[in-house]
Design a binder for this molecule. Structure first.
Ligand SMILES: [Zn+2]
Length: 140
């Protein structure tokens, strides 16, 4: 098994719905995400997949949907009401509370399979850094 890793950075706002402490407040992170793609056999040129394909399909998705967006839990009605007053704000409605763990899992289970469907390559791990000290890992 050979694994390659593509890293992206993005900025996003969020809050953790029903958090017991300060994470219930509106704030943001300079996120770093690492996508791990693995293959048993390399292609004819010696690649798992071209890094440029990961950039286009995964980086492109991040840039379109999450970069400079507010990641809002779909059940967080107060935030949705508030954000409706700022129509130029990019909004991403998350089916899960936007913790680092849930966001990493979403990237691995939903975004990766959708974006890489026609490549024959699967993600095996996603690591999402919220800060330099805190990260979450989702694995298969
Ligand atoms: Zn946070």
């Amino acid at each position: 098994m050979t694994t390659i890793v593509r890293r992206f950075q993005f900025c996003a706002g969020h809050r953790i719905y029903q958090h017991e402490g300060k994470c219930a407040g509106i704030h943001g992170h300079n996120y770093v995400v690492q996508f791990y793609a693995a293959a048993d056999e390399l292609d004819d040129l010696g690649r798992v997949i071209d890094f440029g394909v990961l950039k286009e399909k995964l980086g492109g998705w991040i840039e379109t949907h999450w970069d400079h967006a507010f990641l809002c839990f779909e059940r967080d009605i107060e935030m949705r009401r508030l954000l409706a007053a700022v129509p130029e704000q990019r909004l991403f409605l998350c089916p899960v509370n936007p913790t680092a763990e849930n966001l990493a899992r979403y990237l691995l289970d939903v975004v990766g399979p959708n974006q890489l469907a026609d490549t024959g390559v699967e993600l095996t791990r996603v690591i999402l850094w919220e800060t330099e000290n805190c990260r979450a890992e989702a694995t298969r």
